[in-house]
Design a protein around this ligand. Sequence first.
Ligand code: T4K
Length: 372
Amino acid sequence: MDKSKIHPTLHVGSPNIGNRERFLRYVDEMFDRRWLTNRGTLVLEFEKRLAEYIGTKHCITTCNGTKGLEIAARALDLTGEVILPSFTFVATAHALQWQGIKPVFCDIDRDTYCIDPTQIERHITPETTGIVGVHLFSRPCDTQALQSIADKYGLKLLFDAAHAFGCSHHGQMIGNFGDCEVFSFHATKFFNSFEGGAIATNNDELAEKIRLMQDFGFREMDEVVHLGTNGKMTEVCAAMGLTNMDEIDSCRETNKRNYCAYKEGLAHIPGIKLIEYAPNELSNWHYAVVEVGDEYPLSRDELMIKLHEQNILARRYFWPGCHQMEPYKSAMEKVTVNLPTTKKVANRVLGLPMGNSITGDDIQRILLEMSI
Ligand code: T4K
């Protein structure tokens, strides 16, 4: 029997979709203008609103977060080796490797799952040019510690902020840290533009370089002044982004309500620990990630299979860690890899369905399946 007929499928990355009429109005106007891409009206308006929202001088849109990371890495002149966590989506590593930069994997902090600043210095060599911190599952890195290390060794500091749009750290919006920060607006993210991304920075010179690079290096018609690529966002994506901007606060509230429902229910299940968000900071509450501990009667993978059998598509993001994926795994075959916290966390975490389509009843159904 088709199980989706008994229970609808619940996804981790179910998209948040704003007001359809407003979106269609934007699209209608776009067709009237006959301007579909190449820094059109909607992209320019979207960039202005993004920069206002996060309080940065610049926020340059890109076609996706991965391209944003690639462009940011090039604009920062990263070469040689760059230190990053292994416990992240593989795009963080691929964006470096794709342009011949060697990703050097560092262990993570046991509490935040973000790169552990105390482990970074041992990876620094004469080839190191930068550090990439990832604000994993919406929880910020220790930005101050990372900045101190970057300053001490003259390294560039880039943040992969794919998960952290709409979050603050020490009272400041994510987007304002390091040399620049890169967001993803993929469909599965808290805030989406179908596909898309943006690079936020307060550095005028860097912003100018990024703008040139994402449009083939064009300054004026026929005038190419820099090496560039095609990293542009389309107008229809900007229309989705603008539509969803009006719903940010209500999405945040729904996520918070869902997170709190999980927290209350999971408190009664021994061996299951939900990640915590800092109480005095703004969060997008988009990730209900649990650690499955020894006290729980099932392993993480057994729990995942059990949930999948009930159409609850929990995901073991980001197992097994980038260093266990190709091409990094083969490249590191002869090297001793010592990432004990990454290994432990990657073997225990499970992301539960979140997003605005998930209801309180859905969460009760998930909790019931998890209560053994
Ligand atoms: N850095 C970090 C830390 C990231 O997490 C990501 C992306 C990036 C960089 C790169 O940013 P982008 O270049 O993607 O902008 C998904 C996403 O494709 C990816 O954007 C995301 N991270 C990653 C964590 O998740 P998959 O391969 O897991 O996607 P998929 O197709 O399995 O979908 C995930 C879940 O979402 C499924 O349960 C189905 C559901 N879903 C998905 C889509 C697209 C829906 O319900 N509706 C949808 O439209 O990578």
